[in-house]
Ligand binder design. Structure first.
Ligand code: XIL
Length: 900
């Protein structure tokens, strides 16, 4: 591969065509959507036939070839390349005929031409036929009219599911993108409150001039100042957004970010402005700056500033202006380099913003696959029960379909980003009762089926771009718990138990028979979680669950030893060999954090700032990341036989979720492309490590993996000598390390729980965060049987004011040995006039002097002095320990009948 790269200069790519977006799409469900009858033809919505949904467009009354259904496409088809598609069926009894798809185009001041897109395609009354073709034109037109016609002048037909996918780099309405600049010098200038927030112009502080905007009463994260930016955005046009922000006096610090809300019809989407987030303080003005590309048509859009709830803040000098992104570079495509090394799918997580403009160029150049970053999640696809919304997902599928990109579906069943209604029945939480389980199972099926039905309708021949699905995501907990395989205690698990995994796979297999079905999780490279993960997969195989593959998210940080990733890939390969079940593997969400701490990717964790940069200098971090990516891909290559797919989580560093999760982390550089879509050392680490910059000093300490408790059985009262394997310890640069543990393996561990603390230091002197695990020593079940008897009976006669002596007989009727020196005895009065009953000290000493093997017995004396006539009752407990340390007790009751 290296030869391919040698000498490859970093030159600007030719101004490539912008990537496709859907500019028109109708199923005629709610009207004719702009389609009209050409010539004598009449068009009307009809429910007589429908390819999808309930309705199609009936085209009748034609009297010439060119009569048919037409559409004025000038408003949304700027110059460029398109794919136009529509489905046609003839009325019942009409047999077969031909229909053509053409575009009537008239250049400004010129003569009309009739361009063919799909010519005389055979259609029939027996089924729907797709007419599609590509269409390109240079612009400057006074007419642009796609239309469906037939060489048979009087043939009626039905038309359904028309889409026009293509260029949208030009603004929707050319000339309407206006720059925005607000400085609050003379008022709020269009800004207003969002939610409960209050906003006011203030002269108490300003970034420039004498005024700024103060936002207070922010009850929730998303509340704050907002402004309409509908006229400042256009599909495919990248803008740069700058906001100066400062917390109000006394507010300390908070994570703030700038975001966009875009609205279209009934749909609302919220998108962070990539790069525009930071930790902001009350001490100085901080710039939030990023770029944003509108990926889909809008009715309206708002820019807003949000962040940690409760914090009041100031903003000033906000600008939104068209931004010229640097052209993407002429460097080897990741999909070519990795494809040649045996990786079938090389993908990236995206949303609609990456289906337009330069980001789309980068996607199609470097990646042959995409994963919907959020648009396939339950909360997006089925926000309320029974109401599916495929707007966002379809946009990505259209893009994939039009560009020959594969799609990795994410995700059918997950605990996060899943609406609460899934797990509720009205106001009630579902329980694990059979009736509630049936409700949740039905919902799981309806969800999976709903998605499958939609996709099958759009891709009727089974040629959907989706090659794989994450069927379940993140079902294993990070630590040790009481569930089988340490399964996550999610609502799915609470209601359905482990079976929900089986159920999800069986349903996915039924409804997506063509797709590869994956389980997916993060931290699968962590030795402890790996064991649980493989354990669950083994059980699924044993239960013959239709699982095809094992996904590893690989949200890692550059101090996490790459060997651990290799060990997990090898573990799955071994499991596959051992069970005889072929298992694919996928790296599903790759990104590498350069934060010091390592908190995994548990999205249910809070938003407390937990991270800080490992290197003060971002260039050092980038270089070190380059070496990490190099080593990681070395490991991946070693497993390319089973590793079917590698997907990077985010098109660029600016668009990575790590920049805002769980708090602002502006230093993060988690992907191979920088904020401006240019290659980084991480890219060269994959493609040509000889181009990496010099490696900076090693600042990453070794990692000590978590370890499940070591369980042992005592071999004596002092505990047991326990040998253990120390926690797996590795270092990014030094590889495996043997840690030093305060209580060494083989030492005597007392009965009970002992926490062992281990430490490790790498060659550069970096000291690991100590690792801790428990050694739990429990005695085996005792084989002794302790008995006791008092004075041969439960009632003892005594006289008031005279000392009474009781003789207690005890012994060992079982096997094993009771230890005399562990002898203890006490009586608690349960009824009657107060009196004391105590062990005679001498007799206690005697019985404690020897041990009690099987059959051995002895006696001792109790003394009391009754003062009152009546009966006094006691419970007396003898407790001892057997020779292996197990506590043994025997309790008996005695009543003292006191007379005069
Ligand atoms: C993340 C997205 O990247 C964010 O945009 C979103 O706010 C939260 O989810 N594991 C997963 C992904 O399986 O779906 C998560 O994606 C990251 C962790």
């Amino acid at each position: 591969m290296l030869g391919l790269v040698a000498g490859a200069g970093v030159v600007a790519a030719p101004a490539a065509a912008a990537a496709p977006t859907t500019v028109h799409s109708t199923g005629f469900e709610t009207g004719t959507d702009g389609w009209f009858g050409r010539g004598d033809a009449a068009v009307a919505v009809s429910t007589d036939e429908a390819r999808t949904g309930e309705a199609s467009l009936a085209v009748t009354g034609r009297s010439q070839n060119w009569h048919g259904a037409g559409l004025d496409a000038r408003p949304f088809m700027p110059a460029g390349q398109y794919t136009i598609e529509g489905w046609v069926k003839l009325p019942a009894g009409a047999g077969s005929d031909q229909v053509s798809l053409s575009v009537a185009r008239t250049p400004e001041g010129g003569a009309a031409s009739y361009d063919s897109v799909a010519y005389q395609v055979a259609v029939s009354d027996g089924g729907w036929t797709k007419l599609s073709g590509s269409y390109e034109f240079a612009g400057g037109v006074s007419q642009l009219e796609p239309y469906f016609e037939s060489p048979d002048a009087t043939q009626d037909f039905f038309l359904d599911d028309v889409t026009i996918v293509g260029e949208a780099a030009a603004p929707q309405e050319p000339g309407t993108v206006a720059p925005l600049a607000t400085d609050f010098e003379d008022g709020l200038q269009g800004w207003g409150p969002r939610g409960d927030a209050l906003v006011e112009r203030t002269t108490s502080d300003a970034h420039s001039g004498s005024a700024s905007l103060l936002a207070t009463n922010r009850l929730q994260n998303w509340q704050g100042p907002a402004i309409d930016v509908t006229r400042n955005l256009a599909v495919g046009q990248t803008v740069q957004v700058t906001v100066w922000a400062k917390l109000a006096p006394g507010q300390g610090s908070a994570s703030l970010r700038a975001s966009i809300q875009r609205d279209r019809g009934t749909q609302t989407n919220y998108e962070n402005i990539g790069g525009a987030s930071a930790v902001v303080t009350d001490a100085e003005w901080t710039r939030l700056r990023g770029t944003y590309t509108l990926g889909a048509p809008i009715d309206s859009a708002q820019l807003y500033v949000e962040g940690d709830a409760g914090k009041s803040f100031l903003i000033d000098d906000v600008t939104v202006a068209p931004f010229a992104e640097t052209p993407i570079q002429d460097v080897p495509a990741l999909q070519d380099v990795l494809g040649a090394q045996g990786f079938e799918h090389v993908g990236v997580a995206i949303d609609s913003r990456e289906t337009v403009g330069r980001a789309a160029q980068l996607v199609t150049k470097h990646y042959g696959a995409i994963t919907p970053e959020n648009d396939g999640k339950p909360e997006v696809v089925q926000p309320t029960e029974g109401t599916f919304d495929f707007t966002n997902l379809d946009r990505l599928l259209d893009f994939a379909d039009a560009t020959g990109t594969d799609v990795y579906g994410h995700v059918l069943a997950w605990h996060s980003q899943t609406p609460a209604w899934f797990f509720r029945d009205g106001d009630r939480n579902l329980t694990s009762s059979p009736a509630d389980q049936a409700i949740l199972r039905a919902r799981l099926e309806a969800h999976i089926k709903g998605i499958a039905d939609h996709i099958d309708a759009r891709y009727p021949d089974g040629d959907s771009p989706i090659w794989a699905w994450d069927v379940v995501n993140e079902v294993i907990a990070d630590g040790d718990n009481a569930n089988p395989h340490d399964m996550r205690d999610s609502r799915w698990f609470q209601v359905l138990g482990e079976q929900f995994v089986d159920e999800a796979f069986r349903l996915a297999d039924r409804y997506f028979p063509e797709a590869e079905l994956f389980i997916n999780d993060y931290n699968t490279e962590m030795p402890e979680k790996r064991a649980d993960y493989l354990d669950l997969v083994r059980s699924l195989i044993q239960r013959d669950v239709p699982i095809d593959g094992v996904g590893h998210q690989v949200h890692v940080d550059f101090a996490r030893p790459v060997e651990w990733v290799g060990d997990s890939l090898a573990g799955v390969e071994r499991l596959s060999a051992e069970t005889g079940r072929p298992l694919l593997q996928a790296i599903t969400e790759l990104d590498v954090s350069d934060s010091k701490e390592n908190n995994g990717a548990d999205v249910s964790n809070g938003t407390v700032p937990q991270h800080s940069p490992a290197y003060a200098d971002d260039a050092d971090a980038a270089a070190e990341l380059g070496y990490y990516w190099r080593d990681l891909f070395e490991v991946f290559r070693d497993h390319s036989d089973s590793l079917e797919s590698v997907t990077v989580w985010g098109i660029s560093n600016a668009r990575s979720w790590l920049r805002t999760w769980p708090a602002a982390r502006p230093w993060e550089q988690p992907t191979p492309f920088d904020d401006d879509l240019q290659v980084t050392p991480a890219y060269w680490g994959i493609v040509d490590p000889s181009r990496l910059p010099a490696r900076p000093a090693d600042v990453s300490p070794p990692r000590i993996a978590a370890k499940d408790p070591v369980l042992a059985t005592s071999t004596g009262v002092t505990g047991a000598e326990v040998t253990y394997t120390p926690p797996v310890t590795g270092d990014t640069r030094d590889g495996a390390i043997v840690p030093t543990c305060d209580t060494p393996s083989g030492a005597l561990f007392p009965i009970g729980t002992t926490t062992v603390t281990c430490t490790a230091t790498d060659r550069a002197g970096n000291v690991a965060t100590p690792g801790r695990f428990d050694v739990v020593v429990t005695p085996p079940a005792t084989t002794t049987r302790l008995y006791q008897q008092i004075n041969n009976g439960p009632v003892v006669r005594a006289n008031a004011k005279q000392t009474v002596q009781l003789v207690v007989q005890f012994g060992n009727r079982g096997k094993g040995v009771l230890l005399g020196d562990t002898f203890q005895y006490s009586c608690t009065q349960t009824a009657g006039a107060p009196m004391s009953l105590e062990l005679a000290p001498g007799s206690a000493r005697q019985v404690g002097n020897r041990d009690y093997p099987a059959g051995q017995n002895a006696n001792f004396t109790l003394r009391g002095k009754p003062t009152q006539v009546g009966t006094a009752s006691f419970d007396c407990t003898l407790s001892m320990t057997d020779a292996l340390g197990a506590p043994v007790t025997a309790t008996t009751s005695v009543t003292i009948d006191v007379r005069k």
